[in-house]
Write a protein that binds this ligand. Structure first.
Ligand SMILES: [Zn+2]
Length: 252
């Protein structure tokens, strides 16, 4: 039973038994996995504070052929995001990003781009605070990496460019349509503002750093995040728990 060494990001942990933890993590090479960290909830555990939300760690674990769960042997902290959780909004963003990552990735599917995206977004929150543009960038790229993204600058039905024109979509669908095509569909579509579409195309055509430098519209960022989150929820066939916290935080 050889021990495997890898880099990983902790997605979620659950108490298990008397003093153990069940850990869902994203292994940079092997994809999303779940494992048991024996004694991780006991005082003076050898895992220390390595198993916190979104901790970037080096991990050593054993894979057991007949079992779904790996056995986590040791972890070393590379980078912690625990301090960011002191900020309520930042904490919700981190929880949402980890929940999305866990939900969209199949177990043991290699997912290096999603690993890099998660780390990039968490670091950007540290540098810039919980800007909705970071959430928009993260959500849209997750939709794109999942292969679910449509065009944000052309009508999905007639192909017309949408420059400066009102656009419409059915929540959960990535297809954006022009006004004429919306009318033909019997007006069941909801409007997507030009500002939101412009934040979206900016996020998808450049780096996160560049997007943040452009100081994108707050409402546009939230609107396009919402569009992407609807698509994600449609594909995962359930509602995101942390998304509800986002809405509560906004109104409160
Ligand atoms: Zn059209």
């Amino acid at each position: 039973m050889p021990v495997k060494e890898s880099e990983a990001i902790v997605l979620r942990t659950f108490p298990l038994g008397e003093g153990d933890r069940l850990v869902s993590f994203l292994d940079r090479q092997s994809g999303r996995l779940r494992g048991v960290a024996r004694g991780a909830r006991l005082p003076k555990s050898r895992f220390g504070s390595t198993l916190e939300l979104l901790s970037y760690i080096r991990i050593w674990y054993f894979e057991r052929e007949s079992r779904e769960l790996v056995r986590i042997n040791q972890c070393e902290l590379i980078e912690s995001f625990l301090d960011l959780q002191k900020d309520y909004q930042a904490g919700i963003f981190l929880a949402l990003m980890s929940e999305i990552t866990e939900a969209v990735l199949g177990e043991r599917e290699a997912a290096d781009p999603q690993f890099r995206l998660l780390l990039l977004a968490a670091r950007a929150i540290r540098t810039n605070g919980p800007s909705p543009a970071i959430l928009a960038y993260f959500c849209l790229w997750t939709v794109r990496l999942g292969g679910w993204l449509g065009s944000l600058d052309h009508c999905a039905q007639c192909g017309k460019a949408l420059h400066g024109e009102p656009a419409y979509t059915v929540p959960g669908s990535s297809r954006v349509s022009c006004e004429d095509c919306r009318d033909n569909a019997g007006r069941t579509m909801k409007p997507v503002s030009q500002v939101a579409l412009s934040v979206g195309t900016g996020a998808l055509s450049g780096t996160l750093e560049r997007l943040l430098k452009e100081n994108p519209s707050l409402s546009g960022s939230l609107e396009i995040s919402s569009y992407a989150l609807d698509i994600l929820e449609h594909h995962m066939e359930r509602k995101l728990v942390s998304r509800q916290m986002l809405a509560i935080g906004k109104s409160g």
